[in-house]
Write a protein that binds this ligand. Structure first.
Ligand code: C2E
Ligand code: MG
Ligand code: MG
Ligand code: MG
Length: 282
């Protein structure tokens, strides 16, 4: 059988496959220009200190306002940008946006509790030979204290990627902190963790979702928090949606929380309002 066999070719010809590939190609083509056409923007989701729910940081999360497809989530286009290489330019653009915005956030928070910003770094970006130089140049240009920046990488970016680890080590030596995103979902060995240039573990939201007041529900989250304590790493729990989850995480000794319970990813102006409220509240 071949495609030309028409209706009899149903075992060979799968139109959904072709459509999906066609779709990718179209998105990939228009992604190149999306940045220049001003179709990309960044939202900011607050991270709060679990002891008092004060916002201490914001994670930059990219969005694409597509002219015909509407608002696209990063899960729909970041993988495409990784494959095409567009992520290199887009990723640095997000970093620059986030650090410019950080200056504004900091002007709305007391200096005793300065805001931090977290930016996701894709594995492909870490492989760029100029990554360390590029990040430092943007810090310099925006007048940012490197200690106020966290770069989030996934475990998969760290496994077997010697050059990426060297880049992270160099960035960390400049005072930038490194978080492992979606921790617990990858395949890196725990022994490995002790040798990585890492400061923060972000507990994946699938484990937070299991918290239900029972020891079984808390088992993985608790193990990650204990591990972090032994290694002198701090912990962030992502995907907190209920007050019970927040309470349980606090009791387990988790430092920081992020999730719809506190706020969804917000436009920068909305987060600025939230900050103003937080530090003027009684
Ligand atoms: P991530 O880095 O793990 O970011 C957290 C994701 O969880 C965000 O999805 C956020 O909106 C979502 N989230 C936060 N709180 C909750 C909650 O309480 N419940 C649920 N169900 N979800 C919650 P988003 O914004 O769609 O981003 C998805 C992923 O795309 C990110 O996962 C990150 O891996 C990637 N991404 C986003 N922006 C960038 C970027 O600028 N560069 C790169 N390389 N990747 C990015
Ligand atoms: Mg992240
Ligand atoms: Mg995450
Ligand atoms: Mg995640």
């Amino acid at each position: 059988h071949s495609k030309r066999a028409g209706t009899h070719a149903y075992t060979v010809y799968d139109p959904t496959m072709v459509d999906r590939r066609g779709e990718d190609a179209a998105l990939s083509g228009s992604l190149d220009g999306a940045l220049d056409r001003g179709e990309l923007h960044v939202l900011y989701q607050p991270l709060v200190d679990l002891s008092d729910e004060y916002p201490t940081a914001a994670e930059a999360l990219i969005r694409w306002q597509h002219p015909t497809k509407g608002l696209l989530s990063p899960t729909q286009f970041i993988p495409i940008a990784e494959r095409s290489g567009a992520i290199t330019r887009i990723g640095l653009w997000v970093l620059e946006q986030a650090l410019q915005q950080l200056q504004i956030f900091q002007s709305h928070a007391p200096a005793s509790r300065p805001m931090h910003v977290s930016v996701n770094l894709s594995p492909r970006q870490l492989q760029e030979p100029t990554i360390v130089h590029d990040v430092l140049a943007i810090l310099e240009r925006t007048g940012t204290d490197p200690r106020h920046l966290v770069l989030e990488v996934t475990e998969s970016a760290l496994v077997d990627e010697t050059s990426g680890i060297a880049a992270l080590r160099a960035l960390r030596e400049h005072g930038i902190r490194i978080a492992i995103d979606d921790f617990g979902t990858g395949y890196s060995s725990l022994q490995y963790l002790t040798r990585l240039p890492v400061d923060i573990l972000k507990i994946d939201r699938s484990f937070v979702a299991e918290l239900n007041g029972t020891p079984e529900g808390a088992s993985v989250t608790e193990a990650i928090i204990r591990l972090a304590q032994v290694l002198h790493l701090s912990t962030v729990a992502e995907g907190i949606e209920t007050p019970q989850q927040a309470t349980e995480l606090k009791q387990l000794g988790c430092d920081t929380g992020q999730g719809y319970l506190f706020a969804k990813p917000l436009a920068a102006t909305e987060l600025t309002k939230m900050l103003t409220k937080a530090h003027t509240r009684p």
